[in-house]
Design a protein around this ligand. Structure first.
Ligand code: G3H
Ligand code: 13P
Ligand code: ZN
Length: 316
């Protein structure tokens, strides 16, 4: 099966109360870890590529790796999505490069400018059969080169449900990333993690059936945080979104959940462990393979948290 867009995935996810995992890919090992997990769990998949990933790995390498994943897993619907596109030109380039979904993130601009930029991307993408995710409200943490808000400030810049309705009507975007208390990166909360899931409920009440997206949804798993800190790392105060909150959100209108930090931490933890336990090791396969295995197990676990394990067939 060729790459697919997110229409059917989101329709089924909304109807059946789960979300599709959107995992960031930057190289072969990360992609293999994710794809072997979804192949075993028979889950739909969104592989997302940031601008940073495009410049790190180059699009031709990433595309070739993803083409292999698609060819080897004909029973799994796989979407190739641009994460946090910042300009019309970036989004256009990705549409032209064969992405089946793009995100335009103009959330840092005024409401009117966000609408204008998003609308322009939607017009081009829809003309080429590609779906568009947009963002309204502001997240915290660091995404690409943009430093977001602190958690306290995030809670003051949640997505306004009335604005969300107007935004979706005026732009025609296919899904909307909302600010509901999550942040990018490994340091999401200083104390008690708190989400504002009522934002999701309020938008869903106004726009039943409309798919929402949660960015900044890594949980900062204790297993990897502990390994990183044990083996010479320094992330003592890392804290993520509790998985119970993710499971709650996916039963509502959240149809796509973005995870990058948990992948990074799984890979980093295992590489650190090998380096510390075997200081003489210099064969990259000996430290990348344990990282890839850890990603696979972690993603398998996430697919159950998201409720999308076993749902590949209904999303085809
Ligand atoms: O939201 C940002 C993603 O985690 C991608 O991060 O731009 O460092 O690849 P990156
Ligand atoms: P995390 O940093 O929580 O993994 O979020 C990733 C993300 O939202 C990518 O767009
Ligand atoms: Zn994001």
């Amino acid at each position: 099966m060729a790459l697919v867009d997110t229409k059917k995935m989101f329709e089924m996810a909304y109807k059946n109360g789960y979300a599709v995992g959107a995992f960031n890919v930057n190289n072969m090992e990360i992609t293999q870890g994710i794809v072997s997990a979804i192949a075993e769990e028979k889950a739909p998949l969104i592989l997302q590529i940031s601008r940073g990933a495009r410049s790190y790995a180059s699009m031709s390498y990433l595309r070739a790796i993803i083409d292999v994943a698609v060819a080897e897993n004909p029973e799994i619907p796989i979407c190739m999505h641009l994460d946090h596109g910042d300009t019309f030109e970036t989004c256009k380039q990705c549409v032209d490069d064969g992405f089946t979904s793009v995100m335009i993130d103009a959330s840092h601009y005024s409401f009117e400018e966000n609408i204008a930029m998003t609308k322009k991307v939607v017009e081009y993408a829809h003309d080429h059969g590609v779906v568009v995710e947009a963002e309204l409200g502001q997240l915290g943490g660091i995404e690409e080169d943009v430093v977001g808000l602190s958690h306290d400030d995030v809670m003051k810049h949640l997505t306004d449900p009335d604005q969300a309705v107007e935004f979706i009507e005026k732009t025609g975007c296919d899904s909307l990333a909302v600010a509901c208390g999550t942040s990018h990166g490994a340091f999401k909360f200083k104390s008690e993690p708190k989400l504002a899931l009522d934002v999701i409920d309020k938008i869903a009440a106004k726009l039943p059936g409309y798919p929402l997206v949660m960015h900044g949804s890594s949980s900062v798993l204790k297993e990897f945080k502990d390994l990183i800190n044990k083996y010479g790392g320094d992330m003592p105060n890392a804290m993520g979104v509790p998985e119970s909150a993710i499971s709650e959100a996916v039963k509502k209108a959240v149809c796509k959940v973005n995870i990058d930090t948990d992948l990074r931490m799984a890979l980093t933890a295992k590489i650190r462990q090998v380096f510390c336990e075997k200081p003489g090791e210099f064969d990259p396969r000996k430290y990348l393979a344990p990282g890839r295995d850890a990603i696979k197990d972690m993603v398998k676990h996430k697919l159950h948290v998201l409720g999308c394990a076993g749902k590949a067939a209904e999303c085809m």
